[in-house]
Ligand binder design. Structure first.
Ligand SMILES: [Zn+2]
Length: 219
């Protein structure tokens, strides 16, 4: 596999670096950095280790790590990342299935993390997992496996599709059209494109009780 693409969004003091897609599941990690203070926040710890550690070293200043949800593919470089940064690992307050010794703190809906002068707002966006979170930073939102380019994240039990669609509709889609959606896997999208896809999906929704994969068109 070649080197993953690095995508950079800069907005005032904030720089967001996307590391990915990479590894067998096309995962993405993100580093949110304050240019003024040099402090950084890392989001998720997926494969592959080499490009992720290179980006951590290049950006520097990782003081905090946030995992968007419990799924293993977002934690596969936990040991290496902890060795490299020594930073605490924070997860959503409702999340399950993570060994307690790996968790240094929990984040409630509405919590704010400071990265230099920037504020990162935590949103509880359940459905893919019970405690999945999204992180809003200025002109972007890191959505974990809640919202991808082309649809919601996979759901695993009856009722969960309705829950994830509610998370998307109530919490994510109200953001401005130009907001960059930075997902846990694959390509970026925008809130505007997601809103159009969501509306199109509403014309031919899955039957009640369906769960699994849903893809809407990319208008
Ligand atoms: Zn997942």
């Amino acid at each position: 596999m070649g080197d993953p693409e690095l995508t950079v969004i800069e907005d005032g003091d904030v720089r967001i670096v996307k590391i990915g897609p990479m590894g067998p599941y096309n995962n993405n990690a993100y580093i949110v950095r304050s240019l003024g203070s040099g402090d950084s926040l890392l989001v998720d710890m997926p494969l592959e280790e080499a490009p992720l550690l290179a980006a951590i070293a290049a950006e520097g200043g990782v003081r905090t790590i946030v995992a968007t949800h419990w799924h293993q593919d977002h934690w596969l470089t936990y040991d290496a990342v902890r060795r490299a940064t020594g930073a605490p690992v924070l997860v959503g307050s409702r999340e399950v299935n993570i060994p307690e010794e790996r968790i240094d703190g929990r984040l409630d809906d509405g919590a704010e993390l400071r990265v230099g002068a920037a504020r990162v707002t935590v949103m509880h966006t359940p459905g893919h997992t019970v405690g999945s979170i999204s992180l809003r930073i200025g002109p972007a939102v890191i959505t974990g496996d809640t919202l991808f380019d082309g649809g919601p994240g996979k759901t695993f039990a009856g009722g969960d599709l309705e829950t994830i669609l509610q998370s998307i509709n109530a919490r994510l889609l109200p953001m401005p059209d130009a907001t960059a959606v930075l997902p846990g896997h694959g390509a970026n999208t925008t809130i505007g494109a997601s809103r159009r896809g969501y509306a199109e999906y509403g014309g031919h929704p899955k039957p009640a009780g369906y769960f699994g994969d849903v893809e809407w068109s990319r208008p």
